[in-house]
Ligand binder design. Structure first.
Ligand SMILES: Nc1nc2c(ncn2[C@@H]2O[C@H](COP(=O)(O)OP(=O)(O)OP(=O)(O)O)[C@@H](O)[C@H]2O)c(=O)[nH]1
Ligand SMILES: [Mg+2]
Ligand SMILES: [Zn+2]
Length: 345
């Protein structure tokens, strides 16, 4: 069972309790809208109740302006990594977040143990998810890949699969395992950092987008990104180490700007591992398996879980071979396990 662990978010709530005002408006005069000059930026990191915002003149450490806190909505995260914001600069290195632009997409989860729908935004405005696997070393577990794909699908984010280390297996060896995902319609990129293969394609896929980079440990995520820009010396490997340590740990995702294109960012999201499937109703899971989608409406029962129900079009498609049996097995496992263990499979 996924547990709810207190996060910095709670500390943040406490710290601002006095600022946050929910009662009748009469006694408190509305703050006057000040017209301070603002500058645009992107939130690249969240640290407790401070945020690092990348602006044209560098990264500024910002807190959220009181007025914005008062206007906050309760059903979503006020400020998340990836948010496009306007800040009021203070000195050379600081500022206050004055406004947050409407999000175009999110990587989120439902906050557990709340009665009201409330989303915890792990990342704002992602364009796509890059799921990196190795052809071997470590052994690829496609069940785990399926789970990453469910996360992408349930957040309505396009997914790209990158299979690295093909120098160890050859292209055909990698294809034997991963071509099923090509057949499903996912863009599939075969790569080798060692042999410099697939790097141009990867560069083009990342350029001017915000990409969530995910995948098991040791598959070569850091190596791939470093190979695109050797001078970068990426800290992707270290980022994960921040998780759960100390008070001022990075909360959720962190954005790293890549030095090509106008706005090329990658996000390393330790948080993606915390994403549970517990908010996905059993009757909805099949919608996140792209190949099952077209059959779902032909099942006799609208709430069919495609396990034991009579006249199930999905199971018929598995039997006829139209749906890959391994993928169906993956579906059953997730359905059975309930939550999304990305470390296990
Ligand atoms: N043979 C081979 N080895 C590779 C390739 N790419 C990366 N490696 C090696 O694989 C190991 C893991 O690479 P990393 O880039 O640290 O993997 P990662 O996915 O960032 O792992 P975490 O940071 O733990 O999540 C390193 O020893 C790399 O040198 C490749 O294309 N071929
Ligand atoms: Mg790494
Ligand atoms: Zn069915």
């Amino acid at each position: 069972m996924p547990r709810y662990t207190p996060t910095d978010y709670d500390a943040y709530d406490e710290a601002y309790e006095d600022d946050y005002f929910e009662g009748p408006v009469s006694s408190k005069p509305k703050p006057k809208k000040r017209l301070d000059p603002t500058m645009p930026g992107v939130v690249v990191r969240a640290l407790g109740h401070h945020y690092e915002v990348e602006t044209d003149d560098g990264i500024r450490l910002c807190r959220v302006r009181g007025r914005l806190l008062q206007e906050r909505r309760r059903d979503t995260t006020l400020v998340a990594v990836g948010d496009r914001v306007e800040i009021v600069p203070e000195g050379k290195k600081k500022g206050q977040i004055d406004s947050v632009a409407e999000r175009e997409s999110v990587l989120s989860r439902q906050r557990p143990f709340t009665n009201h729908p409330s989303e915890d935004v792990i990342l704002a405005n992602p364009d796509q998810v890059l799921i990196v696997f190795a052809a071997t070393d470590p052994d690829p577990h496609t069940r785990m890949l399926d789970r990453f794909l469910i996360i992408a699908e349930s957040n309505e984010l396009p997914a790209i699969v990158c299979v690295n280390k093909i120098d160890l297996t050859g292209l055909e060896g990698a294809r034997a395992i991963f071509s099923v995902y090509e057949e499903l319609g996912y863009p599939l990129l075969y790569a080798s950092v060692t042999e410099g293969r697939g790097l141009h394609e990867l560069h083009d896929l990342l350029e001017d987008r915000l990409t969530v980079v995910s995948g098991p440990s040791g598959v070569g995520k850091s190596a791939l990104i470093n190979a695109l820009h050797p001078g970068l010396d990426l800290r992707v490997g270290e980022l994960r180490d921040f998780e759960g340590k100390g008070l001022h740990t990075t909360r959720g995702a962190q954005l790293i700007r890549l030095p090509f294109g106008k706005e090329t960012y990658i996000a390393d999201t330790p948080g993606i591992r915390e994403l549970g499937l517990y908010e996905i109703a059993p009757g909805s899971l099949a919608f996140f398996f792209v190949e099952m989608k077209p059959f779902i409406h032909d099942c006799r029962f609208p709430n069919c879980t495609h396990t034991h129900e009579p006249s199930c079009a999905v199971r018929a498609a598995v039997e006829s071979g139209a749906i890959n049996a391994e993928r169906y097995e993956s579906y059953l496992r997730v359905l059975d396990g309930g939550d999304l263990q990305l470390e296990e499979w």
